[in-house]
Design a protein around this ligand. Structure first.
Ligand code: HEC
Ligand code: HEC
Length: 366
């Protein structure tokens, strides 16, 4: 781990040289210590079947992602200082999250090591080939910057208005570093310990065999971060500028919310006022949000809510409704904006009264 990711004092993200990648893939010594001739023969066989183009493309994508995500040593060294000063007490030295700082009925300080985040505006097409643990739930740099600058409303994650722009950038690089490091380890262990999936061909993951598994995961984790950066959620501009149009849109949103097409109520029962506890990716309990309160952790602007509905909340199992947009014929109202307008009205008593006057079918128990 240290060879690839350094230490808190000297952090790094070291993508192995291309030659090393090939050598690790091909020259795997046999744990049974077969004679040299047999080992050479195995290596020649692996060399012949090594998918040069595919692996070179993945390796290049990992390097490109490292540059795009600003994971250079200088940024990480500065980020480590900011992190130790402001974040470590809650998120821990390895980014595992410190349960000692959990508060009752609130979410735990985030463990970054699964490589998934909740409040993101990235949504890679779900039908892309899945490498490693995949790109779902990865954040864009802009998302992490937003979280750190403004905090997470309704939780103990504070806002950091006084960090300079440079400190903010560096802290975000450091969070990504911890996340890449943690996920590469997590994905490797997940494979090694998944004994249920072992077959005759499964190699024994020790020595160079383990190195190769780790290198693959490191490349794929970086590649997936790069993919997330390439697919920002396309939020169309607010379609309605006049009040009457916005309220009519909210009425349509009420109907969509309660339709079987969206089925929000299946999780947010009685608009989230009835607890329907679920587990998230960290096996902590989450409550589908009470939507009558108007407290949103991922931001309260229309475009924030739009992105949340479009991409869902991957680690919490909230559905992504992206396919409902692509299915909407051009020229018809955007269903997601309609629901966003409804959510805004739901948390505002005077708006709610107005949409109920507009359409008596909008019935919400107080
Ligand atoms: C007082 C404790 C505390 C401190 C200090 C703190 N955090 Fe957090 N952080 C949290 C909690 C709690 C959450 C989880 C919130 C949730 O699940 O909604 C969180 C979540 C996050 C997330 C995940 C956002 C997502 O989309 O999933 C990031 C990134 C993050 N914090 C970065 C930082 C950084 C960087 C710092 C230092 C500059 C920092 N935090 C300082 C408590 C803290
Ligand atoms: C499969 C269950 C499920 C469905 C279906 C679902 N949600 Fe959620 N939703 C959740 C969970 C769980 C959370 C809380 C996530 C957390 O705190 O980690 C949540 C959170 C939210 C949030 C809070 C976002 C924030 O920034 O804090 C909004 C808004 C929301 N849901 C709206 C909706 C709407 C509108 C629909 C229907 C279009 C919907 N949800 C459908 C499970 C669901």
């Amino acid at each position: 781990m240290d060879a690839h990711f350094g230490t808190p004092a000297v952090p790094t993200v070291r993508v192995p040289e291309w030659d090393t990648v090939v050598a690790t893939a091909v020259v795997r010594t046999d744990p049974e210590q077969k004679p040299l001739g047999a080992t050479l023969k195995a290596a020649t066989g692996r060399l012949a079947s090594f998918k040069w183009d595919a692996w070179r493309a993945d390796w290049q994508a990992a390097n490109a992602a490292k540059a795009e995500l600003k994971l250079d040593d200088a940024a990480l060294a500065r980020g480590s200082v900011v992190y130790r000063r402001w974040c470590l007490q809650c998120h821990g030295p390895s980014g595992a999250g410190d349960p000692a700082h959990a508060v009752e009925n609130g979410p735990m300080p985030r463990d970054y090591r699964q490589g998934v985040f909740k409040y993101v505006t990235a949504f890679a097409p779900p039908n892309l080939p899945k490498k490693g643990l995949g790109a779902a739930g990865k954040a864009r740099r802009a998302d992490l910057k937003r979280t750190v600058r403004y905090g997470i409303e309704g939780t103990i994650m504070p806002a950091f208005p006084s960090l300079t722009e440079q400190e903010l950038e560096d802290a975000v690089s450091y969070v990504i570093h911890l996340s890449v490091r943690g996920e590469a380890e997590f994905a490797t262990l997940a494979k090694v310990t998944n004994v249920a999936k072992y077959t005759e061909e499964t190699p024994e993951y020790v020595g160079i065999e383990l190195d190769w598994l780790f290198v693959q995961n490191e490349l794929w984790v970086l590649l997936n971060w790069g993919l997330a950066a390439k697919y920002p959620i396309p939020v169309p501009p607010e379609p309605f500028t006049s009040e009457p149009e916005r309220l009519k849109s909210a009425v349509r949103g009420f109907k969509l919310y309660n339709s079987s097409e969206f089925g929000c109520a299946s999780c947010h029962a009685n608009y989230g006022r009835v607890p329907q506890l679920k587990w998230d990716a960290w096996a902590t309990v989450v409550q589908p949000r009470n939507l009558t309160l108007g407290v949103y952790r991922g931001g309260r602007r229309g475009e924030d809510l739009y992105a949340r509905l479009y991409g869902g909340i991957h680690p919490s199992g909230m559905t992504a409704f992206h396919d409902r947009v692509t299915a909407a014929p051009p020229g018809t109202p955007d269903k997601i904006w309609d629901i966003v307008h409804f959510l805004t009205a739901l948390a505002d008593s005077s708006d709610l009264r107005r949409i109920q006057q507009l359409d008596p079918e909008v019935k919400i128990e107080p």
